[in-house]
Write a protein that binds this ligand. Sequence first.
Ligand SMILES: *Cc1c(COP(=O)(O)O)cnc(C)c1O
Length: 501
Amino acid sequence: MEYISTRGGAKARGSIQAILTGLAADGGLFIPREFPEGVLGESLAWKDLSYADLATGILSLFLTDFTMEELKEIVGAVYTEERFSSPSITPVNTIRPGLGFLELWHGPTCAFKDLALQLLPHLLVKAARKCGDDRKIILLVATSGDTGKAALEGFKDLPGTMVIVFYPVQGVSAMQKRQMLTQEGENTIVIGVEGNFDQAQTGVKAIFSHQELGERMSQAGMRFSSANSINWGRLIPQVVYYVWAYLSWLRHGRLQAGEEFNVVVPTGNFGNILAAYYGKRLGLPIKKLICASNMNNVLTEFLRTGVYNRKREFYQTISPSMDILISSNLERLLFELAQEDTDRVKALMNDLQKTGVYRLPTDLLEKLGADFWGGYATEEETKQAMAEVFADHHYLMDPHTAVGYKVYQEYTSETGDKTPTVIASTASPYKFPASVAQAIMKKEKVTGQEELALLQEISQFTGTPIPEPLRDLDAKPLRHHRVVAVQDMEETVRDILFSGK
Ligand SMILES: *Cc1c(COP(=O)(O)O)cnc(C)c1O
């Protein structure tokens, strides 16, 4: 399978190069030249596959530079009960007929990013070796919380790699910080940045594209790589669990073959919901893709009016992994809507860069509305949703998932649609103990408590277990202490790479 750029200005590449380079040379995103439309027609034959075998089958459609044996080996070592606390890897928890939560947080860092970031490191190393590149892979990440930890766990002690994560000192939750600062592994480095996430991200991008540094690294037998969510290698593993959700509902008789269902996705960078859209293109009978946002509701407005406007107030919410104003993966959807007319995509992206705004032409907006529906939840609504679902169903949602639930309610009351629905549950509630406890417990139990102490309180109150990876966090030693100024990020990376400091 060949990959072309959404902006039409770069050479077509194979799947190996698409994964290794991440971004196309013209600044666009890689997209398959020909999408395997509808191949899931035979999905009934896939019904009884294990998660790993299903993943191998789906990856093999897109990563055609890898042999089936190679994929099988990599995938088989990742989607195991050792790494994921559920035998079905991403179980569907059906709380009432026609409503299920697709739990994507049974991996080592308790958020959905594990599904892709446990796999991608192995794909990257294999891809490099297959094209005769044996330089050490230096993964550089800027994180607002979940991605950094998932990347650290994914690359931990993987031979031939090193991972350096920058996080904004004030911009992550106590839990997220503790998860990163206790990170084990000989090849992991975690550094605080005295700045916000955007500054950390900009710093990483500058280091990444620094030509002299790149050359010096090459001479020393190293290369940079990136694992952010625009990398094609992160999207495809995410398609797998939507297929899995459908097949598991089929297996349990909750859906008939070919029967439609809706998918709700708490959305930030538009990666996870785009994967569901690709699932639909593969042939999943998805009726509506419901895009749920928090107060940073740039996507809600876009889906309703066609205007994408990032010039707006930025809110720090209790669903921080969705606090995003530029949803990078949306560019891939624009490419599909514009029927691969790259000039149209380029024009919209230019508008965004120059003015911070673009407007989707009406013909494209209509097409968008056929597949997608958008809504958002306020902070209060998010907490209310957590309380309500716990009271009614004894089911505990994290704040991101709660945003999805609230938007689903709005969708059903606005449209009257009764189609069975799967809500992507993107993080364990134990990853965000402060807001979960506030939502479901009495004030006096919560006030003044540290996040880590609240884990116990929540567990006792709800009778649910604390996920193993979060259980002994306060007993683990802090291993990473470095904090640097934004302007010192590059020097710090140089010190690490060339002086071993
Ligand atoms: C990353 C993340 C999201 C947003 O996913 P996108 O693919 O960026 O849209 C939602 N919830 C959680 C818990 C996340 O970590």
